[in-house]
Design a protein around this ligand. Structure first.
Ligand SMILES: Nc1ncnc2c1ncn2[C@@H]1O[C@H](COP(=O)(O)OP(=O)(O)OP(=O)(O)O)[C@@H](O)[C@H]1O
Length: 247
């Protein structure tokens, strides 16, 4: 059974069809990157998987269960977590507190918050482990507002990991980054546990070919091609509409 499967997924905003019969699968541990020109429907596709958008038709299956149209919190609890194109951090809190709150949310929110100091200590320990995993140990006590842009994006990944996902969705994790920050993010993603599946939207071809073991190309909401990186690189249609273009 596939970890994630979309079946003939369609989404229209009025007469604008942004997802058309998309069939996509992700296996456990797969590093799957979705590419496509601006406006191809990549973010809309991810929003339908994570419940931010309800598909017009078709289904999303996670571990064989139909999750189509479920609420985002419920989908997250089931094992899919995500980052966004723009970050969602508590800017006045430090990195450790941001991640601890995410750990607390995973453990049951307010009920757990009332259960005392022992629980909170364990949450801080878990937050520190995740921040080490995302290369932010030296920034534990720094407020978000003092972190560099690249570090803030790393913190977003840390918060998504706090939900202990089996599938992590990263929406343009390197957009706006300097070359050095991009290299750092590539290394961080490479170091994530091998059994964690990742579905990533990315424009930077260096990042795509550094990380992907599977690529889906979207074009006007449809899957233009799907396969291993070497197949995509050699695909004439893809080269014509995408890789050979300005992207
Ligand atoms: N809520 C909405 N209402 C109407 N149209 C929308 C909505 N959200 C997205 N769209 C349109 O859907 C199309 C696909 O947008 P989407 O953001 O999914 O593309 P994308 O491939 O992620 O683009 P980019 O690479 O620029 O982020 C665009 O034409 C966009 O304007």
């Amino acid at each position: 059974m596939k970890l994630l499967q979309t079946e003939n997924l369609c989404k229209a905003f009025g007469s604008l069809v942004v997802t058309q019969d998309v069939n996509l699968t992700v296996d456990r541990g797969e590093r799957h990157v979705v590419i496509g020109p601006n406006g191809a429907g990549k973010t809309s596709l991810v929003h339908q998987i994570t419940g931010q958008l309800i598909p017009t038709s078709g289904r999303v299956l996670f571990k064989g269960r139909d999750i189509t149209g479920m609420r985002p919190e419920h989908i997250c609890q089931m094992g899919i977590s995500r980052t966004f194109q723009k970050n969602n951090l508590f800017r006045s809190l430090n990195a450790r507190e941001n991640v601890r709150l995410a750990v607390q949310a995973k453990q049951g929110g307010w009920y757990q918050a009332l259960r005392g100091v022992g629980i909170r200590t364990a949450q801080y320990e878990r937050a520190e482990q995740i921040l080490e995993q995302t290369r932010l140990t030296s920034r534990l006590d720094h407020p978000v507002s003092s972190l560099s842009y690249g570090e803030q994006r790393q913190l977003e990944v840390a918060i998504a990991l706090a939900a202990e996902p089996q599938l992590l969705l990263l929406d343009e994790p390197t957009s706006g980054m300097s070359p050095a920050e991009t290299e750092h993010m590539i290394a961080l993603v490479r170091e994530l546990p091998k059994d964690l599946a990742i579905l990533m939207i990315e424009h930077d071809m260096k990042v795509v070919f550094s990380l992907a073991n599977h690529i889906t190309v979207l074009y006007y909401g449809e899957v233009l091609a799907c396969g291993k990186p070497q197949d995509i690189q050699g695909n004439c249609k893809v080269r014509e509409v995408y890789l050979g273009g300005k992207h």
